[in-house]
Design a protein around this ligand. Sequence first.
Ligand SMILES: Nc1ncnc2c1ncn2[C@@H]1O[C@H](COP(=O)(O)OP(=O)(O)O)[C@@H](O)[C@H]1O
Ligand SMILES: Nc1ccn([C@H]2C[C@H](O)[C@@H](COP(=O)(O)OP(=O)(O)O)O2)c(=O)n1
Length: 237
Amino acid sequence: MSDTVESVIVAIDGPSGTGKSSTSKAVASALGLSYLDTGAQYRAITWWMLSNGIDTADPLAIASAAGKPVIESGTDPAAPAITVDGVDASGPIRTQEVTSKVSAVSAVPEVREVITGLQRSIAAAAARGIVVEGRDIGTTVLPDADLKIFLTASPEARAARRSGEIKGSDVAATRAALVARDAADSGRKTSPLAKADDAVEVDTTELTLQQVVERVVALVEERRDALPGAGERTAAR
Ligand SMILES: Nc1ncnc2c1ncn2[C@@H]1O[C@H](COP(=O)(O)OP(=O)(O)O)[C@@H](O)[C@H]1O
Ligand SMILES: Nc1ccn([C@H]2C[C@H](O)[C@@H](COP(=O)(O)OP(=O)(O)O)O2)c(=O)n1
């Protein structure tokens, strides 16, 4: 291992409830990396559209408004933060209303162009490296990431995890909503949810969160040790 710790970019993609957010935050904290929740950004723009009376069933209206909101993401894994036009949006982006509209809004190419640009500039500014989680990070946003992980889990496990977060929620209804959102996210034309050819797939169905985190941390360390020196690497990019 070299004396200097190389900057490393990690992409973690997968469907809802596979453990992307929990794993990414824990891996970033363990390795001293920045963290970016790209789903929160799509939720934030969706919240802005709803708050500003934009019809989320009208792709043209969404497209023409896509550049208006100012979305800022914090990158501290211990304190994830997101603001829209300077207002804290971390609570409102998790409502059922936003969850039910986010796939339609995030399928609009103009929205993806704006948000993808933001994501690339945040990743480029992360001096020690970053863990970026989403749906199209390994395929589209950061195709040169040093390590790509694709998390999966059975729909049953994912629904049980998600319903565990909301008191009194119905597992069958949660499962149906998850499967519908995955189908919309995987079926859209512009950068759908997909596993990159060079991603490492980790099925988390039978693993604890701690086991997933340990596996990903080991993969990052292995990859980081194999990276060329910082000088050579900068020149190569
Ligand atoms: N391997 C795992 N085993 C059990 N529960 C998990 C596991 N990974 C994540 N969870 C839990 O499942 C829920 C969804 O995880 P989250 O990280 O938000 O998934 P995603 O970001 O992929 O939607 C959270 O309550 C989290 O604590
Ligand atoms: N890179 C990304 C991240 C999220 N999205 C869209 C599709 C997802 O259904 C929504 C919400 O993502 P989020 O990661 O918050 O979803 P869950 O945590 O699984 O509920 O955003 C996307 O299109 N591309």
